[in-house]
Design a protein around this ligand. Structure first.
Ligand SMILES: [Zn+2]
Length: 288
């Protein structure tokens, strides 16, 4: 049975980009007569706003995007991530590099953003562990995204060994997502294309942990007039509850779907084949 999810971080109220992702995921689940759940990704307290989770849930409710199971909070699921981390023993190693050291050596090797493997064969003398990294391999990860098409990435070459847990016990997003999707039986991940680049890492972890790989559908990311991604951090305006109908209509159009009088109609006419892979247009809530 189809199981989908919407997994926002509570860093601010629902903005247009996350509404698009939520709506696409909800419609895809409903069109497949599947279940749909919401997971609050609250593993990064410094970035969070205390009332954001409640605001996001109320916005979804007022839009009519109802969920089927109790809302899951990552902050209450740390035991699951710890278990998964234990199962990765032997495939992870301690890294003592600071963010700056990683950036500097990656730059020196002309591979910005890639971890150069400094601590792969043991912590350099005088270093203490700052994070656990998972050992990656050159073998490319391939998957077919339902909108973006065939994607191939060598995690070792393009990302390098990546962090799964910090020394302070903070679990990495990549690990938590993979554990949650598997534990919640998610069959279909529908989300914004800003996460397309994370997908190969997530599939890599799924394989190491013996989890099934869900189907993926990455919807285009909404950008503002100057081409910046609309995000809560960029101060994108919250979805106005009073304008819910307009917001849904605009989000449907953004997803390339035919007009619909209500959500039931939108479910009936839902066609992922119409979703554009990229969308460089002005999002409707950009003007102040
Ligand atoms: Zn290191």
């Amino acid at each position: 049975m189809y199981a989908g999810r919407f997994a926002p971080s509570p860093t601010g109220p629902l903005h247009f980009g996350s509404l698009v992702a939520a709506l696409a995921s909800w419609l895809d689940a409903r069109a497949a007569s599947g279940r749909w759940q919401v997971r609050i990704e609250d593993l990064d307290p410094p970035r969070e706003q205390p009332r954001a989770a409640g605001q996001i849930l109320r916005a979804l409710e007022s839009l009519g995007l109802e969920w089927d199971r109790p809302v899951a909070y990552q902050s209450r699921r740390r035991m699951l991530y710890r278990d998964a981390l234990e199962r990765l023993t032997g495939k992870t190693y301690a890294c003592g590099c600071s963010r700056k050291e990683v950036a500097d050596s990656a730059l020196a090797m002309n591979a910005a953003g890639v971890y150069p493997g400094t601590c792969r064969n043991g912590l350099p003398a005088g270093k203490t562990s700052r994070a656990l990294r998972v050992r990656t391999t050159a073998e490319p990860i391939c998957f077919v995204d339902r909108v973006q098409g065939k994607i191939e990435q060598s995690v070792e070459r393009d990302v390098g060994d990546f962090i799964v847990c910090r020394a302070d016990g903070q679990f990495a997003y990549q690990l938590a997502v993979v554990v949650d999707d598997a534990e919640q039986g998610i069959t279909d991940v529908v989300r914004g294309a800003d996460l397309l680049d994370s997908t190969a890492r997530q599939i890599y972890l799924q394989r190491l942990l013996g989890y099934p790989t869900p189907r993926y559908l990455h919807v285009p990311v909404a950008v503002n007039a100057v081409g910046e991604k609309l995000s809560k951090q960029a101060g994108a305006r919250a979805i106005e509850l009073t304008g819910a109908k307009d917001q849904l209509r605009t989000a449907l159009a953004f997803l390339g779907q035919p007009e619909a009088a209500n959500l039931r109609e939108a479910v009936r006419s839902w066609d992922p084949g119409l979703i554009p892979a990229r969308r460089m247009v002005t999002a409707p809530d950009a003007p102040e």
